[in-house]
Design a protein around this ligand. Structure first.
Ligand code: FAD
Length: 371
């Protein structure tokens, strides 16, 4: 069968489902994308948009390799989205400054230098030469020149416009109730509108993905990790790069606002925001950038990261569920990993060799807790 005659059904229209749809459509596959609500209203548009392949990494390995590859794909990928759908994801190439306030934090950051790429240690004065608004109390920090950023809401709009333009059939407000198995293969889903069948079914439903695999004996260890954020604005811009310290980051956006995040809470599917968290995020941000003391409050929100015990996503097929490809559990890095995930899942479906060895990400791996 050539790709023109092949069909794919994607469950979950967040950044991961939409990125997979984009690559499959570009390969000529017919795609239906379903979501329980409107597209991109869960974790993906709650994100800050950092592409932190370096800043997020605490040890080398397969995950670092995946993150770096996705980061390298970003520039061209955002240009392709702009060209296809006419909307810019606001990719900003300004890097991240990761500041240390304590000796312990400085030692942890310096211990990454032997293996991390594109990073250099800067003194406090050197950091403040790049970002004069930073606190004088910082001891110095790491500069990650390749850790750029996008605006997640703009990225979502760019992907949605692009997949529509390429002919994707989008069915919003269509929850997948259960998967359909026939002749030992997953072949579709049951929805309120009836059964939807396709040659290939892809599960990209973020923190909700395990509910559909459990009836088949596949207990994916996936859980929601709530992140609350706030957005502030100052009369004039006070930073141009993203600034980050232990427990807090500040990401400046083109509209003059700054996203400040984020909590890490394991409290089920509760997305309520709390006044005390707004206060503590503001205090942490003001410690790093004192001028934020007088900033205007813009908004607050929360999203549910799809967490896994080892912090790595699930990508690939399980031996327990032939016919189903899983792409879920991108935890803190789903925005960064979107282009790589789209391309890798397309490669699996087209029976092409994958650009990254996916054995570390198999849904059948035995999971150890995060160190
Ligand atoms: P989601 O965006 O949650 O999408 C899953 C979709 O599946 C949803 O639309 C949902 O409605 C749908 N769905 C669920 N169940 C069903 C069903 N049964 N049938 C149909 N549809 C269903 N990542 C970064 O790379 N950089 C960052 O700076 C960053 N910051 C973050 C800050 C916060 C506060 C949070 C919460 C996350 C952040 N992340 C960041 C992580 C990133 O947002 C996630 O990893 C990513 O959005 C996961 O995308 P997803 O498409 O898998 O999940």
């Amino acid at each position: 069968m050539n790709s023109r005659n092949r069909s794919a059904l994607i469950i979950g229209g967040g950044i991961i489902g939409c990125s997979i749809a984009f690559e499959l459509l570009r390969a000529g596959i017919q795609v239906t994308l379903i979501d329980k609500g409107a597209l991109n209203k869960e974790a993906s548009t709650a994100a800050a948009g950092m592409l932190g392949a370096q800043v997020e990494m605490h040890h080398p390995g397969a995950f670092y390799e995946l993150c770096e590859w996705s980061q390298q794909l970003y520039h061209k990928w955002t240009e392709d989205l702009l060209q296809t759908g006419g909307i810019s994801p606001q990719y900003i190439e300004k890097g991240i400054l990761r500041a240390a306030f304590t000796e312990e934090d400085e030692l942890e950051l310096r211990s990454r230098l032997p293996w991390i790429h594109n990073a250099e240690w800067l003194t406090s004065k050197e950091m403040r030469t790049i970002e004069p608004g930073l606190s004088r109390d910082i001891r110095g920090g790491l500069r990650f020149q390749q850790d750029h950023q996008v605006h997640p809401v703009q990225l979502a709009l760019a992907l949605q416009a692009s997949i529509l333009r390429l002919g994707c059939e989008i069915r919003e407000w269509t929850p997948a109730f259960s998967l359909i198995e026939h002749n030992g293969r997953i072949q579709g889903v049951r929805t309120a509108d009836g059964e939807l069948l396709a040659d290939q079914v892809i599960l990209a439903s973020g923190a909700w993905a395990s509910a559909l695999t459990e009836p088949f004996g596949l207990k994916l260890q996936l859980f929601p990790v709530k992140g609350q954020c706030i957005s502030l604005r100052t009369a004039a811009p006070i930073i141009s790069s993203t600034v980050f310290t232990k427990g807090c980051y500040i990401v400046p956006k083109l509209d003059g606002s700054m996203i400040i995040g984020a909590t890490q809470e394991e409290c089920g599917y509760d997305k309520r925001c709390h006044a005390s968290v707004i206060g503590s995020l503001h205090s942490a941000a003001t410690q790093l950038l004192p001028e934020l003391d007088h900033a205007e409050f813009v908004s607050t929100w929360a999203g549910l990261r799809p967490g896994t015990p080892d912090g790595l996503p699930y990508m690939g097929q399980s031996v327990k569920m032939p016919g189903l490809i899983i792409a879920a559990g991108h935890y803190r890095n789903g925005i960064l990993l979107a282009p790589a995930t789209g391309k890798l899942i397309k490669q699996l479906i087209m029976d092409e060799p994958t650009s990254i060895n996916l054995s570390s990400f198999t849904p059948d791996r035995v999971l150890a807790p995060v160190q």
